[in-house]
Design a binder for this molecule. Structure first.
Ligand code: UDP
Ligand code: MG
Length: 208
């Protein structure tokens, strides 16, 4: 900090990702060398029962950008991300999974679009590496969502996205404990832009 460069916070929820943390950090660090911003990497340990917390602490000892938030118990992905958002100081925040399904290289493309003036830059899947079951349940999910909700949520998007500080502030106005971040972010408006990407398979471990 103090360099005059914008600060981008990453919020990375972690539930049993011991085999993914170091590779994620390595790929993200390499990708970030191609963009002119400072970063803080907020890893939210969501009650992992494996070695994730120890790996994160070790990482924070050798990289001052790394911040570890250790939740007292498993609260689930959406609330883990919310805890990270509360901690984030950045001019923009990138929300990204820690299992390498969201390619770190794409997160830098999101930052570039933010530098072009967009407030919300969401990553939209071109393809799906998931199995048939996940694809079918996801398709059903989007259909049901379309019928019960008045909020337009872009298809084939997850929570992988960048939001400007102004959007983070808006989200803080929502007091809900039960949260659906994608819907809330779509709902707040602002200038929104899609970046298409190919979602990878989880690097290691199991879906939580
Ligand atoms: N995650 C979390 N808490 C949970 C479950 C998952 O913080 O209770 C994290 C997980 O470590 C990953 C992200 O949320 O970084 C997405 O989880 P997962 O890969 O299990 O979901 P999927 O990609 O299968 O939808
Ligand atoms: Mg995953």
């Amino acid at each position: 900090m103090g360099s005059g460069r914008p600060l981008v916070s990453y919020v990375l929820p972690v539930f049993r990702e011991e085999e993914n943390i170091d590779l994620l950090h390595e790929r993200l660090s390499a990708a970030l060398e191609t963009v002119d911003v400072d970063t803080e990497l907020i890893f939210v340990n969501d009650g992992s029962t494996d070695d994730s917390l120890a790996r994160l602490i070790a990482l924070s000892e050798r990289d001052e950008r790394v911040v570890v938030v250790d939740l007292a118990r498993n609260v689930g992905h959406q609330l883990a991300v919310t805890a990270g958002l509360d901690k984030a100081d950045g001019d923009a925040v990138v929300i990204m999974d820690a299992d390498l399904q969201d390619p770190p290289e794409v997160s830098v493309d999101l930052i570039r679009e933010w530098q072009n003036g967009w407030d919300v830059v969401y990553a939209q899947r071109r393809t799906r590496q998931d199995g048939l079951f996940k694809r079918a349940t996801a398709a059903l999910f989007y259909r049901l969502l379309g019928t019960v909700s008045e909020i337009e949520i872009p298809r084939d998007t997850g929570d992988f996205r960048l939001i400007d500080r102004a959007v983070v502030e808006q989200l803080r106005q929502y007091g809900e404990r039960s949260r659906f971040l994608r819907g809330m972010i779509s709902d707040v408006g602002f200038r929104q832009k899609a970046v298409r990407f190919d979602r990878d398979a989880r690097h290691a471990g199991e879906t939580g």
